[in-house]
Write a protein that binds this ligand. Sequence first.
Ligand SMILES: CC(C)(COP(=O)(O)OP(=O)(O)OC[C@H]1O[C@@H](n2cnc3c(N)ncnc32)[C@H](O)[C@@H]1OP(=O)(O)O)[C@@H](O)C(=O)NCCC(=O)NCCS
Length: 364
Amino acid sequence: MLTITDGDAATGQVVATAGSYRFDLTLPGGTTLPVAGVTNVGVLPTHRRRGLFRRLMVRQHDDIAAEGLAVAVLNASDARIYGRFGYGMASRYAVVRIDTHRSGFATAPPTRNLRLMRSAHAGDVLPALYDAAAATRPGTLSRSATWWAMMLGDTEMWKGGGHHEVVVAEPQGDDPGGYAVYRVAPDGEGVTVTVREVVAATAGTHAALWRYLLDVDLALGVHAEVPVDDAVLWWLDDPRALITQQVRDFLFVRILDTPAALSARRYRVPVEVVLEVTDHFRPDSGAAGRFMLRGDANGAACTPTADDPDITLGVDALGSLLLGGVDAHVLAATGRITAHRSGAVDAVATAFGWSSAPFCATRF
Ligand SMILES: CC(C)(COP(=O)(O)OP(=O)(O)OC[C@H]1O[C@@H](n2cnc3c(N)ncnc32)[C@H](O)[C@@H]1OP(=O)(O)O)[C@@H](O)C(=O)NCCC(=O)NCCS
């Protein structure tokens, strides 16, 4: 944790803080990259707007880069603040409610053996299932044993914890299985099921778990935060049974080392493109410069080049592209990408896009 103290370092009052966790972030293609998860950013109300936060951001990103990490991520309490520090919005999630009375599936989902489990025992089972599913969803953050203990612990906090039900889908053939964590609370004449997470490496287990959640006795509705492309909508016979109440930003990505970050992910179709990356916050860092990216579904290499650029973009826009959830056409249309040859934006959009939208269920 970094701090700034008012007055003497030993006796003065701490007036500003910024911390960071270490995670492995899943990228398109199922590869992972060690990242810093920036958190606990705060400045006392008595000391705001004097530049303390900016000072902490400079120190923190110097430290993260010195550690050799190519990327920092965060969840923003205020989404306006971090663009100036090179963060780009990279993942969003949908807040949905499904009316259980209209929640029949268009076709029968695959069957799975399901087993209810006490959360006290879930710590032995859930981490392996979570890790098995991680490669299928860009944006997933690894969870340490301490993190799991907090998420499944008795104390409820915004990161997790408190009383929950746990249902586990047993492995079947090559399918490692999965789980759902949820809560049931009285709601008028019935109950509402609030889903904390549904984790599955395959479409079959995902569907079986959702069928279970929608069939909880007395449930009037199921409330959940899901990937924006969650397949549950497409199982429903009546798609209007699912109401999307909100779509919200979640992960913001800050690239600190462009070659390392772009080499680590995979690309949907072969791409060869020269990117000119600008970085106002850290102009002399490893993010800014001109880079040749060659990549495909099996690997990628990104190296400095003197060739003419195909596109120019800020490091924040590049962060938005990293997880495959933002279309380069939209970034170009809103002035965040400048193209220097025709077809360049199309090539980037097609290669950087991915088959599943990024999603992160770990609040930090
Ligand atoms: C948000 C917060 C950390 C800013 O701290 P601060 O020390 O006042 O910020 P600084 O004076 O260093 O300002 C840094 C930059 O952010 C901008 N900024 C600060 N707060 C902002 C806000 N609420 N909205 C938009 N911009 C903001 C400043 O204008 C400044 O911009 P510039 O350097 O480009 O000119 C502080 O107000 C705070 O702790 N707020 C309550 C908790 C909170 O919202 N935390 C955010 C975590 S995501």
